[in-house]
Design a protein around this ligand. Structure first.
Ligand code: RTP
Ligand code: MG
Length: 163
């Protein structure tokens, strides 16, 4: 009986540890894509260098091309917006580089690193200020919440592609 209680306690402890560990990991990750314009214009290396220099660790990364269905699903939150068709056409017109990044306060710090959606409003030195050409063609994507970071990372990567 004592042995059974000990195993039960051990299982409870393991479950709590697993939950805490997962929560910690989720809050430290974000998801990004170097968008088709960034890749086409030859900025992949420079953008990855900015990401590395800012202290992000690459958990997963690949060059791929989104299908129409991928882009419509990924940006579904914008499907009522007037720019949706243009956004889907843009995001599918060429390859992207998708990556999961890890760092303390990853989501917020990455949004700071990329700058405002419209490069005209982006702060000096940000990725969008340096490499975006317009509001629509703005070089990079960055998740806007921990929850979306996890959904978006899982959209592009399986468990065995994350390290
Ligand atoms: P993202 O999701 O790609 O990181 O961009 P974001 O949060 O800064 O901006 P969001 O409002 O989520 O918009 C998603 C993407 O849609 C395109 N867009 N075009 N022409 C326009 O008025 C317009 N507005 C947004 C951009 O590619 C934007 O990044
Ligand atoms: Mg967004």
């Amino acid at each position: 009986m004592r042995r059974y209680n000990f195993i039960k306690k051990l299982c409870t402890f393991a479950a709590i540890y697993k939950t805490l560990y997962k929560t910690k990991m989720a809050t430290n990750r974000t998801f990004t894509m170097i968008k088709p314009d960034g890749v086409e214009n030859g900025h992949t290396g420079a953008i990855l260098d900015k990401i590395n220099s800012a202290g992000f660790r690459i958990v997963a990364m690949k060059k791929t091309q989104m299908t129409k269905n991928d882009a419509e699903t990924f940006y579904a939150v914008h499907n009522e917006r007037p720019f949706f068709g243009e956004l889907v056409a843009f995001m599918t017109r060429g390859p992207i580089v998708a990556a999961i990044l890890e760092k303390e306060n990853a989501v917020e710090d990455f949004r700071t690193l990329i700058g405002a959606t419209n490069p005209a409003d982006a702060a000096e030195g940000t990725i969008r200020k340096l490499y975006a050409t317009s509001m629509g063609e703005n070089a990079v994507h960055g998740s806007d919440s921990n929850e979306n970071a996890e959904i978006e990372g899982n959209f592009h990567f399986s468990g065995r592609e994350k390290f």
